[in-house]
Design a protein around this ligand. Structure first.
Ligand code: AMP
Ligand code: ZN
Length: 112
């Protein structure tokens, strides 16, 4: 399996974990774009948001349930941004569905 995030999920590639359960993993981004920059991934391989269906969409609500809890634990009382990049135009570079949880500074809108 040459998927970086599958290999992080199965422990073959080390990561700085902040949360893990049977469905998802959250870990620090290698190249943080904010004082707090966490990636939240499903352990199950889903390539991108293009692959979300009625069968697997439960993982999305699960991630959105956990993200504010994580944000609170990480001290982001002032708010946070939760981002999914999809496909080339969306800026996706790792082909395993992930959400960026960003915080610790105010964010610009629109993003670059
Ligand atoms: P995206 O551009 O939305 O696909 O985001 C991929 C993110 O994964 C980037 O922010 C990278 O810095 C991050 N990244 C890539 N490889 C690793 C890794 N081994 N550990 C932690 N973060 C990574
Ligand atoms: Zn994967």
């Amino acid at each position: 399996m040459d998927c970086v995030f599958c290999n992080i999920a199965n422990g073959e590639i080390p990561s700085k974990k902040v949360y893990e359960d049977e469905k998802i993993l959250a870990f620090h981004d290698l190249d943080p774009k904010a004082p707090v920059h966490i990636l939240i991934i499903p352990k199950q391989h889903i390539a991108s948001a293009w692959e979300i269906t009625g069968e697997n969409s439960g993982i999305i609500s699960y991630i959105f349930e956990k993200a504010p809890q994580l944000a609170k634990e990480l001290g982001l009382a002032g708010g946070f941004r939760l981002v999914n990049n999809c496909g080339n135009d969306g800026g996706q570079t790792v082909q395993h569905l992930h959400f960026h949880l960003l915080g610790g500074r105010s964010m610009e809108w629109p993003p670059g």
